[in-house]
Design a binder for this molecule. Structure first.
Ligand SMILES: CC(C)(COP(=O)(O)OP(=O)(O)OC[C@H]1O[C@@H](n2cnc3c(N)ncnc32)[C@H](O)[C@@H]1OP(=O)(O)O)[C@@H](O)C(=O)NCCC(=O)NCCS
Length: 198
């Protein structure tokens, strides 16, 4: 199995990827933000995706999206060809696309919305934590992507605070360190020491 950062050589798989994304969503009874061939092709040719193949056969795919001017990154559109499922392909793809996201956007928070147990498991292993939706990007363009989901009405009724998807977030150290500094209790002993010039 080859798990590679995408390039123009993978454009030959774009129709199959789009079709499988659509068919899987139909089977699951969920809606997804329909990605055009142009959109997916751009992701592939610009190296913003990961493609899995075996002996020249397409096996899986996932791509990177950025929101809130690069403050947030999502690894979206994860799909494994039915004949390659349950063999760890999604795990390998997610690891690779996560690493690529960290290299390209080291300061960004990485998030995902999912109803799938497989994705929840993989995300947890990568260090994502479940969060409420207010912790995610508030970029309108991201939330507009939910419009094609069958549960969009629920999301709107809940004022975009929650819905059927579990939100998961990976926060890079730069953010956790800053947050920790903010709540750091004052070290009165050290202050006392410096006042007394010990
Ligand atoms: C979800 C999907 C990507 C998983 O791909 P996969 O290659 O079969 O996943 P993996 O083999 O890497 O499995 C990862 C983990 O999830 C578990 N898993 C896989 N499919 C599962 C399922 N349908 N239900 C529950 N757990 C599942 C595996 O057992 C494994 O767990 P483990 O690490 O404890 O052994 C694939 O089934 C798919 O493309 N589905 C349709 C599209 C989709 O749902 N995409 C996700 C959108 S958020």
């Amino acid at each position: 199995m080859e798990i590679e950062i995408s390039s123009c050589k993978h454009l030959m798989y774009v129709h199959e990827i789009q079709q499988e994304m659509y068919d899987s969503a139909q089977r699951r009874g969920t809606g997804i933000a329909k990605r055009s061939l142009e959109y997916l092709s751009k992701k592939i040719s610009e190296g913003n995706a990961v493609v899995a193949t075996q002996n020249g056969k397409w096996a899986g795919f996932c791509y990177i999206e950025t929101w809130s001017h690069g403050q947030f990154v999502a690894n979206s559109g994860l799909i494994v060809s039915p004949e390659f499922r349950n063999g760890g392909v999604a795990t390998l793809i997610k690891k690779k696309v996560f690493k690529l996201s960290r290299e390209k956007y080291p300061d960004a928070k990485i998030f995902g919305l999912t109803t799938g147990l497989a994705v929840m498991k993989i995300n947890s292993e990568l260090g994502y934590k479940p969060v409420i939706y207010s912790e995610l990007t508030q970029d309108e363009d991201f939330w507009n992507g939910c419009k094609s989901c069958v549960n969009y009405e629920i999301l709107m009724k809940k004022e975009r605070k929650n819905c059927l998807c579990t939100a998961m977030l990976f926060v890079p150290e730069i953010h956790t360190t800053k947050a920790a500094e903010k709540v750091q209790p004052k070290n009165e002993y050290n202050e006392e020491k410096s006042r007394l010039s010990i």
